[in-house]
Design a protein around this ligand. Structure first.
Ligand SMILES: NC(=O)c1ccc[n+]([C@@H]2O[C@H](COP(=O)([O-])OP(=O)(O)OC[C@H]3O[C@@H](n4cnc5c(N)ncnc54)[C@H](OP(=O)(O)O)[C@@H]3O)[C@@H](O)[C@H]2O)c1
Length: 254
């Protein structure tokens, strides 16, 4: 029970990595709030988490939504100890095909969404709180057709440094997790691959990874529990790579 009696907000907690972080936090004794846009996914997620969980339907790229979410947490719990800015989107699009709509969607969700989430929650965060961002190992790479997502994740990464300094007097720690390849909706069908193509891509990728497998959502949630808990109280301002060793052996062809 490493997070006993803590209150956590996990954006994008209705599916994938965010859902597993929420489930793991609840198992470790936290009360969790998850957010997302699709209410049916959020309802299903709360059922899967089973206890100590509520959802708030909210779009991270909408400041009013995030203020409303923070206000609900304030009314119900008074404070929030752990904020996981996890919601994110990306897409493979060649540079010349990127539209302003797509540019805005990716930047608003990842960058602005992270900003609004943290801004809205800050007044509720007591000394000793933890902020965890979800970046990506791709932020180090020049992957073609992925410039928008990589730019967004690079911007998110920069917040680790500036916010660690800005929030030092409040003793709020700011860290990030950079996942490697974790099969979820975002990594598969949202990138436009069929189920079969996705399976083949993951099997190939597993051969590139020193750990000899692609990642699991539990690999990421375990890191998120660690970064939220007392065990990491002297860890501040880092990006923890959780990729089975993939980035240690760059460059590889993803
Ligand atoms: N899977 C990987 O290999 C991998 C690797 C590196 C980094 N990541 C990062 O991990 C995070 C989670 O991704 P995932 O792989 O777990 O994919 P996922 O299952 O698609 O999760 C993304 C979540 O974000 C939510 N979301 C998207 N836009 C939102 C918005 N505007 N407002 C609120 N919520 C929003 C989605 O819910 P709604 O659509 O219902 O809003 C969804 O629950 C992302 O930041 C992603 O970039 C993933």
């Amino acid at each position: 029970m490493r997070l006993k009696d803590r209150t956590a907000l996990i954006t994008g907690g209705g599916t994938g990595i965010g859902l597993e972080i929420a489930r793991h936090y609840a198992e470790e004794g936290a009360y969790v709030y998850i957010t997302g846009r699709r209410e049916n996914k959020l309802q299903e997620a709360v059922r899967k988490i089973g206890k100590n969980a509520s959802y708030i339907q909210a779009d991270v790229s909408n400041m009013e939504d995030m203020r409303r979410a923070a206000e609900k947490i304030r009314t119900e719990r008074g404070h929030v100890d752990i904020v996981v800015a996890n919601a994110g989107v990306g897409n493979y699009i060649p540079l010349e095909n990127v539209t302003m709509e797509e540019f805005d969607r990716v930047m608003h969700t990842n960058v602005l969404g992270t900003y609004y989430t943290v801004q809205a929650c800050l007044p509720l965060m007591p000394e000793g709180s933890a902020i965890i961002l979800n970046t990506s190992v791709t932020a180090n790479l020049g992957l073609k057709n992925f410039s928008l997502y990589i730019a967004a994740k690079s911007a998110e990464r920069s917040f680790i440094h500036t916010w660690t300094n800005e929030l030092r007097d409040r003793r709020i720690r700011v860290n990030a997790i950079a996942p490697g390849i974790i099969p979820t909706d975002a990594a598969g069908k949202e990138l436009g691959r069929s189920e079969e193509e996705e399976k083949a891509a993951q099997a190939y990728r597993a051969t590139l990874i020193p750990a000899a497998r692609v990642g699991r959502v539990r690999d990421i949630s375990s890191a998120a529990v660690f970064l939220a808990s007392e065990e990491s109280s002297y860890i501040n301002g880092v990006e923890l790579t959780v990729d089975g060793g993939l980035s240690a052996i760059y460059p590889v062809k993803l």
